[in-house]
Every structure is written in structure tokens, then in C-alpha cells.
Design a protein around this ligand. Sequence first.
Ligand code: SF4
Length: 343
Amino acid sequence: MGSAAKGWSSRSWVSEAAVGALLAWFDRQGRVLPWRETEDPYRIWVIETLLQQTRIAQAEARIVRFLAWFPSLQALAQAPIESVLEVWQGLGYYQRAHNLHRAAQRLHAQGGFEALWTRPDPLQGLLALPGIGPYTARAILAFSEKGAYLPVDGNLVRVLSRLFADPTPATDRAYYQGQADGLPLAWRQRKVAFALMDLATLLCTPRQPKCLLCPLSAFCEGLRQGAVMRFPVRAERPPRPTRHFIFKLYATAEGVWLVQRPPKGLWGGLWCLPMEELPAPAAEKPTFCHTLTHFQLMGYVERLPSPAEGSRPVEWSVLGQYGLPAPIKRLLLHEAEAYHRSL
Ligand code: SF4
């Protein structure tokens, strides 16, 4: 886990000089992003949460709209969840909207940010709120100048792992944040965080970083080792387990019989053939194989002589209006074509 590279703060070059070069570059080349102008912790929190949801090109309109509806912590805390969800529409991950609302209610009931700043450890106070993780909590503190932090997201992991030639896998975000928390004070300030974010986007890009233009090139250990592209190190994924499912198909020339999946779990809420997990691989070859995040799914199709219990007919002509898992959609399109050919 990169023990040789641990202790960033002990590097001789982690000095004011590196920060000075970075900030001088930022003053000349940094991006002007309107949402960076505020130091209001509520706005920063909303902005950071929305930036996680939105591509940067659409972010500004989203931020303006959200803050127009809920201009203050009090406004958000006192709004009904339905109106928060209305403004959130189209962003996905609705759990985040629920968390934002719940956290606003809790923080408001506790006396808001003003009360939070008087607590001995505001970072822990923020981390205790629903949906606020290590990055967002530090971003709120650093960007509102209420705490000396360098919030580390995936882009900063890339820059910092290269800069320190740190072989710790990029997935170990807690390690990177811990190292950043131990950097000298000069590194833990709002402007440095913005500068490193811009460096990550403009120069220290995932492919073909522009090291010749980089203000940190004189300090960069990855560059000195000629090994920039070795960082960040990707952790090897453990092989995905395989699970076997039987899919029960009853179809006619008119349509196919489907069930709606339960809201949680595999393919939650989507329409699907009735399915059952098998305890072991079936004797025959699977009809299809599909890779999901956590496992490899082997699907076996069993044709039924009559509809499965609880299933309901869906006409082929309207199948496209139903949300279906990708492999089931492919399978049924194929099936529908076969019926049409035979007509
Ligand atoms: S010198 Fe290259 S690898 Fe190092 S921080 Fe700059 S752009 Fe990234």
C-alpha cells in the first residue's frame, strides 16, 4: 500500500515554493467559475452537491435555479420535500435530494452554521449530517474559510498521486485525504484547492498530461521518475462472482408476459420476465451472459406453456414504453422479431 511513499508532508520540496508556483499559475491561467465566488457555507454545500450530479456545462443553470428556490438554509429546511424533488428533477440519485433536505432540517434545528462554527470540531459536526461525506465536509469548511483543509476528490487523487509518486491505489480515498490533511498549512487553503482542481482539469489530465506547461513540474516526483502514467495506481478488482438465474418466458404473437421487479435490489422497479436464482449452474449452456457491477449474471430461458403467476401481458407494439433491463430488452426484441417473421 505504498509505504515507501507515505508521509507527504516530510518531503523537502513541500514548501511555500511549490504553493507559490501553483498560485502564480492559477492567477494567470485558472478558470473563472461563477460559483467559486461565494464564501457562504450553505451555498457552497448546495453547489458542491449539485456539481456531483451535473456536467459542468449545465451546472450553472442548475445552481442558479436551486438557489433561487431555496436561497438559504432556512428556506431549504422549511420547504416540503416535494418541492425539493421538483427542483431536483432530471438529476437522478434522488436519495441525495432527500439527504440534502434532511441534513438542512437537522442543521437548521441545531442553530445553523453559526452554531456549528462554535462547536469544538465543525468537521465532525458536518460529517454527522446525512449525505455529507469527507470531501463535501472539507469543501464547505475550506471554501468558506472556516477550516484549513484540502478537499480531495478523484481528480485531486490523480494530481497528488503523480506529484508524490504515491503508489497507494486511487480507491483508497481515505488515505489520500489523510495525507492531504497532514500537509503544511500553506497547502490547506481554498485557493490552493481551486488551483489544484484547475491543474487537474487543464494540465494533469488522465491521458497525456501537459507536464511541460505545469507549474509543479520542478517538484513532481512522478515526472522525475519518468513514470507519470503509472499514477494513480488502480487497485486490482477481485474477480466478479457468477450467479445463475432462470427467466420464464411466455409469449404469443401478440405479446409477452412480464412482472415488475421490486423497487429495491437487482433491476429495481424495471419490467422483466419472471425470474428465479438457481443455487448452481444449470446443465445446459446459458442463453445469455450479462456483466453487472458486482457479479456476472448467467441467464437461462425456460419457455412456459402458460403465463407465470403474477405476470401480465404486454403487447409487442408497446414494449418500448416499458423500462427493461438491457439483456432482457435484447432478448425480447429478438423474440418479437421471430414472431413478426413467422406471421
Ligand atoms: S508535472 Fe505532470 S504529472 Fe506532475 S503534476 Fe504537473 S501535469 Fe501532473
